[in-house]
Design a protein around this ligand. Structure first.
Ligand code: GCV
Length: 656
């Protein structure tokens, strides 16, 4: 299109009832818009904005206008006479404005007298796919990779969904990157995906294997200070940009969990990151260098990232961003924030959240994650970060995420990266209204269920600061006893819970691993004292005696029993709440969600019984009378196995 302004006609709803005629399988995500016309195809990002409005917008004519002085990707939407004007400094802004308008329509909000002004909080709002070349997705619970044999229609839907919530980048492959990610064949494939995502304002990025110069290039070393190695990367990067001119850059997991890195050649993370940054810089590419590092011999894994990265603060190039998981261990149901976020002052940082529920019931449990991210941002100022990354929960399952409600975490990630000040409730309400119905009773009931779901999961899995007591390999159910001979200690639950006759928990105080010292002074003091440490992190920081007096007046043991039991009651309440929603929801999605909530209810009993009966072998205390007593035997649970890998979702949970 060459005209600067494009006047869109008013359309009428021609196809009433269209949505009910379609299968309600979740494949349309939150974009359940009625098609009101079949537009002529217009190319480019602005063309996408026009196409989306022509296809779905039912209100007054819309003018799309480029306007200087607005923030990149930001937009205004104003009613002017009988028209609506969307103005933006760039085409992506126009597209985001168009989706905003459609969201108003879909959520039943007024579309008259509009005076909206929006800009994204973060420039980079990026998904990380942990997809492998063979189509498996590490910690993926929704089928195979959507990039394995990309279906253009699915890819288009993926692009629309991302753009509709402002996601503007995607890393196509696993951080445990295979060297062949940089082979010419893989790059051709990445090019084809990039071409399909570009009209939606989405740039592609790749994870790289640091040893690629050896494994793909045939060089004897991957030392980042070796001239031939730098030359190899330069050539490779030039090849990539020839294919994908707007390629975003690299995501790197180095010297972590067996992945190669600069330390293998006596160099630092900064040496490695800066070398790649130098090669990408002429193309305006960036490096996202992960801080998820820990050595097997470390007495406290939670201390590791800080110990390795703090000495490098200020040494990274200006196109390097250090990507740090929200917590210091690994995406647990509750962790304190990673202390690197407040410690590093001279380094660009971004947070990595996990949308896929590796430690949160996979695609079987309903756990809405926005409250967890809000908790994180109550400690870490959003403005101290450059960007937000989310480990995707997307696969080729018909409903994309394996659980209809897991879609909400994808949605919430985009919305929170656009505006971290949005409340979890605001996001849940708008997602529900678009995905199911805007009926106020439905939205208020189910939004409450979603808001309570994360705390419930913490209660039935790991209350009071307990962490990493999952089953080995797939991390689905409880295995606090899991400790195979020869396995590195920090991959076994006893390393973390340290249950003994005295109590439970990891002493990270000044008398223990001194992890508290990595936090600002006020928090250090707060966490260091068992009497001031927030109870929801108590065993994270303290080895808590079984008879420690809690704020409720109960002993720690009794409180633990109550917490686990509360979690079970919460899941039953969720099931009852959902059951009462039957009249608002189509039959297919109603029963699919109901089935999952039943699994979650059974699993919560499994968690409670396994953990309480196992910890009881140390506490030697009775389960209080006012707590529902276990319905399983410890032996039976210790012998129960779910025979799945880290690439699958269990068909059902505990099913003895
Ligand atoms: C991609 C945890 C997960 C791994 C994951 C790793 C990481 O250890 O269990 O599957 O690997 O984190 O984030 O690099």
């Amino acid at each position: 299109m060459t005209t600067k302004q494009f006047l869109l006609s008013t359309f009428f709803l021609l196809m009433a009832g269209w949505s009910t005629a379609n299968a309600e399988d979740g494949s349309r995500l939150w974009l359940r818009l009625d098609n009101v016309s079949n537009p002529t195809t217009i190319t480019g990002v602005k063309g996408t904005a026009m196409t989306e409005l022509q296809t779905y917008w039912q209100g007054s004519p819309v003018v799309l206008k480029r306007q200087k002085g607005l923030a990149k990707d930001g937009y205004t939407i104003k009613s002017q006479g009988d028209k609506i004007v969307i103005a933006a400094a760039n085409d992506a802004g126009l597209l985001y404005g168009a989706y905003h308008l459609l969201r108003l329509q879909q959520t039943g909000n007024t579309t008259t007298s509009l005076d909206i002004s929006e800009k994204p909080f973060y420039d980079l709002r990026i998904l990380n796919h942990w997809d492998n070349p063979d189509g498996t997705c590490e910690r993926g619970f929704a089928g195979k990779s959507i990039f394995l044999n990309p279906n253009p229609e699915r890819l288009k839907m993926y692009a629309r969904a991302n753009a509709s919530v402002g996601i503007n980048g995607t890393v196509l492959n696993n951080v445990n990157a295979k060297p062949e990610a940089l082979s010419t064949a893989s790059l051709e494939k990445a090019k084809s995906i990039a071409d399909q995502l570009r009209p939606y304002g989405i740039r592609v990025y790749l994870s790289i294997n640091f040893a690629s110069p050896i494994k793909v290039g045939g060089l004897p070393t991957a030392d980042p200070l070796d001239k031939k190695v730098v030359g190899w990367w330069k050539e490779k990067v030039n090849e990539i940009y020839k294919l994908i001119p707007d390629f975003g850059g690299f995501l790197v997991k180095a010297n972590s969990e067996g992945e190669p890195g600069p330390q293998d050649f006596g160099r630092t993370h900064a040496d490695g990151a800066n070398m790649l940054a130098g090669v990408l810089k002429p193309h305006k590419g960036i490096v996202m260098w992960r801080a998820f590092v820990y050595a097997p011999q470390s007495p406290d894994r939670a201390n590791q990232a800080y110990l390795e990265f703090m000495p490098l603060d200020g040494q990274f190039a200006d196109n390097v961003i250090i990507q740090i998981k929200n917590g210091p261990v690994d995406f647990q149901p509750r962790e304190p924030y990673s202390p690197l976020f407040t410690a590093m002052q001279k380094t660009q940082m971004m947070v990595e959240f996990q949308l896929t529920q590796e430690y949160l019931g996979a695609a079987n449990h309903l756990v809405y994650l926005a409250p967890m991210w809000q908790e994180f941002f109550s400690f870490v100022k959003p403005s101290s970060l450059r960007a937000m990354a989310g480990v995707a929960n997307i696969g080729d399952d018909i409903n994309w995420c394996g659980h209809h409600f897991a879609q909400a975490n994808w949605y919430a990630f985009g919305r929170a990266a656009w505006n971290p000040a949005l409340t979890p409730k605001e996001i849940a309400d708008e997602w529900l209204a678009q995905t199911f119905t805007d009926n106020p009773s439905f939205v208020s009931t189910v939004s409450q269920l979603m808001l309570d779901s994360r705390e419930a999961a913490v209660s039935y899995m790991m209350p009071l600061g307990i962490h990493h007591i999952f089953a080995g390999v797939h991390h689905y159910g409880p295995e606090p006893w899991y400790s195979p001979k020869g396995l590195r200690a920090d991959w076994t639950p006893p390393y973390y819970h340290k249950a003994d006759a005295v109590g439970l928990g990891f002493n990270r105080t000044l008398t223990g691993s001194a992890n508290v010292k990595q936090y600002p002074e006020a928090l250090c003091q707060l966490y260091n004292d068992i009497n001031t440490c927030p109870e929801n992190l108590l065993t994270w920081f303290h080895h808590v005696p079984w008879n420690h007096k809690m704020k409720s007046g109960r002993t720690f043991w009794d409180e633990l029993c109550h917490k686990y039991d509360d979690g079970v009651h919460e899941t039953r309440r969720f099931l009852a709440m959902w059951d009462a929603m039957q009249s608002y929801v189509d039959a297919q999605r109603f029963s699919e969600v109901q089935r999952k909530l039943r699994i979650q209810t059974r699993d919560s009993e499994w968690w409670r019984d396994a953990c309480l009966l196992y910890f009881q072998t140390f506490s030697h205390r009775p389960i209080p009378q006012d707590v529902e007593h276990p319905v399983h035997n410890l032996d039976e649970m210790m012998n129960f196995r779910i025979p799945i890998s880290m690439y699958e979702n269990p068909q059902c949970g505990y099913n003895k």
